[in-house]
Design a protein around this ligand. Structure first.
Ligand SMILES: NC(=O)c1ccc[n+]([C@@H]2O[C@H](COP(=O)([O-])OP(=O)(O)OC[C@H]3O[C@@H](n4cnc5c(N)ncnc54)[C@H](OP(=O)(O)O)[C@@H]3O)[C@@H](O)[C@H]2O)c1
Length: 246
């Protein structure tokens, strides 16, 4: 089951998982987008569900249970808000951060908690959490978004170890995309990889049980940030980006 699977990386993942023989459930908030995805790939099961809504999550769990359950919970749904300068007081800072942290971080904990016993009951199962290249180095243009991804990355590492301590075989993967060409990054110029290439990297990582899946430039930024953190910071935040925050 892929949350936020009606567009972007999630839809591409749905396509590639279907191609390798998986049964795929996608979720999203927008019925029209879900219908369009289903039209494109009739094998999909599409369920309208907002990950940030507790009642939706319980209803989703019950619908999935009635369908026979899932082996992989792929937490993909994510959002980012417009860039603001956090150094200039504005009510929108808290509004935006609340929206992002609810969807990008707290909802992942909610869904994992709901589905954990189901996943534990399967012969082989996994959780995939989508963090970001920005969980290593914050983007000044996506400041509170970057913070949600670091929170999710720390949670993911702990969840993996907690499951090990609890003697569970549920695998926990962390997918760290670089900049990917989707609606989320449509207003941005610069280097982007295709959703297709990202999902190919994801599936290769899953097949190899590589729990931390860094794709493309994420590998470069990860290494640079360990050796030359100031350089990595400037690479992610070129000076020219400052004008958006003035
Ligand atoms: N694109 C990048 O460069 C990039 C880089 C690093 C990490 N990521 C992460 O990768 C994931 C996918 O990003 P993307 O680029 O594919 O973004 P996208 O094109 O904006 O797609 C996000 C999807 O999530 C759904 N969604 C958003 N909020 C939701 C909610 N509350 N409940 C259910 N579904 C929700 C959206 O559909 P509805 O609005 O219809 O619900 C949409 O289908 C996100 O977690 C993002 O943070 C992306």
């Amino acid at each position: 089951m892929i949350t936020g699977g009606a567009s972007g990386i999630g839809l591409e993942a749905a396509k590639q998982f279907l191609e390798i023989g998986a049964k795929v459930i996608i979720t999203g908030r927008n019925q029209e987008k879900l219908d369009a995805a289903k039209k494109l790939y009739p094998g999909l099961i599409a369920i309208k569900s907002d990950v940030a809504n507790a009642e939706d999550a319980i209803s989703l769990f019950n619908q999935v249970k009635a369908l026979g359950g899932i082996d992989i919970l792929y937490n993909n749904a994510g959002v980012g808000v417009l860039p603001f300068n956090l150094g200039i007081a504005d009510d929108r800072h808290l509004e935006g951060a609340t929206y992002e942290i609810n969807i990008n971080y707290l909802s992942v904990i909610r869904l994992n908690n709901l589905f954990l016993d189901m996943l534990k009951s399967r012969k082989e199962s996994a959780i995939i959490n989508t963090t970001s290249i920005l969980s290593y180095v914050p983007s000044l243009l996506e400041a509170t978004y970057s913070a949600t991804k670091t929170a999710l990355a720390f949670y993911t590492k702990s969840l993996r170890e907690h499951l090990r301590i609890a003697d569970s075989k549920v695998k926990v993967f962390e997918l760290l995309p670089p900049v990917v060409a989707t609606e989320m990054t449509a207003s941005r110029n610069g280097k982007k990889i295709s959703p297709e290439a990202l999902v190919q990297g994801l599936i290769t990582g899953l097949k190899k049980d590589q729990y931390t899946i860094r794709v493309g430039d994420t590998k470069v930024v990860y290494m640079l940030n360990r050796l030359f953190p100031k350089f990595a910071f400037r690479l992610v935040n070129p000076k020219k980006a400052d004008k958006f925050l003035q």
